[in-house]
Design a protein around this ligand. Sequence first.
Ligand code: ADP
Ligand code: ZN
Length: 603
Amino acid sequence: MPSALETLQHVFGYDAFRGHQQAVIEHVVQGGDALVLMPTGGGKSLCYQIPALVRQGTGVVISPLIALMQDQVDALQELGVSAAYLNSSQDWRTARAVERDFLDGQLDLLYVAPERLLTERCLELMDKAPVALFAIDEAHCVSQWGHDFRPEYLGLSILHERWPHVPRLALTATATSATRREIAERLDLGDAPHFVSSFDRPNIHYRIIEKKDVKRQLLDFIKREHAGDSGVVYCLSRARTEEIAGFLAENGIEALPYHAGLGQAVRAANQSRFLREEGLVMVATIAFGMGVDKPDVRFVAHVDLPKSVEGYYQETGRAGRDGLPASAWLAYGLNDVMQHRRMINESEGDEVFRRRLGAQLDAMLGLCETVSCRRQQLLAYFDQTIEPCGNCDTCQTPPESWDGTVAAQKVLSAVYRLLRERGQRFGAGHIIDILRGKATDRVREYGHDTLSVFGVGADLPDTAWRSVLRQLLAKGLLAVDAEGYGTLALTDASRAVLKGEHTLLLRREAPKAARSARTTTPRAAPAADLPPEAQACFQNLRSWRSEVARSHGVPAYVIFHDATLREIALARPASVQDLGHISGVGARKLEAYGEEILRCVRG
Ligand code: ADP
Ligand code: ZN
């Protein structure tokens, strides 16, 4: 029986384990259950793939991602691992053939969807041949509060009852301690150890900017920093994904929409193009992304505010799995806060549910408005601490804070007076008009130019007032009404500010934040920093790779990652043996592609 390390080196072509991989693998190889929490890109797959190869029998991987199973299996076959899947996308005959291979002990790994596994036929199948382990991928799908809940996952506690001696490994990148407890409980993991990694993603640059003309801002960001790169743009609604994708396409950026309303076939086609083509931008709702293991997504942009820090972390985490520099970019403004508060007010569900949504939004707003390191704040949400990172906008261009007490009092007293003296409530735009002393038709119609607060805010521009209102909403010092008109009201906490009981520090956007961040952290296409000869070699290797990928019908990264091609281009190996030392070149790929690669290297 080969050891775990030998398997890592021989099959996968990597020198050493990362983080908790070795500990997890040893534990599972010996038959133990475990819960593994690792960030996206942390290397979860090896945690079950290697034990499946080392232990006797087939490793059964339970995954909700039917659309991705084919790619996962192709990637393993490229490595010389015998893998297959069973799901509803395949015809009857193919499924029978897979079942036969399983019974004959031909498979190292078998991927199944949970609903398939739980059929009587499949359960009986598992009784008839040895199972090396059950890997429960995307294990947070068992969590009823999470956004990826899959009811079928609840049935998986049966595994333990039916096969008490087969080790079970639950894996997820979703990290809050509440989710972790829920997974352990619902999957009946007892006192199996939890292997919890750091959730930091040091290669991701985080930036949150004030939203003005978001389409323009997005286009500028992509053109200046990520021209030709693959990326994902997240939107809150289906209509908006289409609108933004259309806008990008009109402006010369290849972009496709993705949302649950598109129909299975279109979604699958768009996803497949995103995985296979280089430099495509996917404009999507949160329906897109789980399990998409494209390693070279160079940016993730949000044009709408995510609902929670957890969501934001998961979505941004899809950038830079390959460890090369990547960006997380979010634009947010007053309307986002209003809209979210309104959605919470209008949401179905009881008081407890709404309070939970409110707390999630507050944490997200805290991240947006922070004057300290974004990464610190992000990781604090997962109870992890780090030093200021130096690779986020607030570290690079610390925003100023200013004493906004008086400005806040002006806003709050305008809201107060409207209600008190006139019995009226209005939205943000109108309040700002009153403060600025603009005698608009509406202001005159209601006689608001006679209020004592009319014109008291002429000293600040509209944008500054929007920022003040946004921060008051973010801090819970203003509330959006429950009726859904977007009118503003005071909160219990407003009173202390009105009375001047404490000073209120507000964040002032650093006007040049985006520009200076750019000059201090130049983003590079995967080869931009290579010496010229290596660049040429890298390009040769890339075009060779595209051809192979096309002829095998797989995404390019399944053949080799950019990081591996970079290393080859730099090292310029002269023999098959030298090539074998490059990280990511395992025995099977060496045999299949070694000579061709050496030819590319020679030019
Ligand atoms: P996850 O599923 O946790 O998001 P993956 O299993 O897809 O992460 O791994 C992320 C990337 O890191 C993959 O490209 C994988 O090949 C690579 N990787 C994983 N473990 C190692 C290792 N020990 N050495 C080098 N590369 C690794
Ligand atoms: Zn930072």
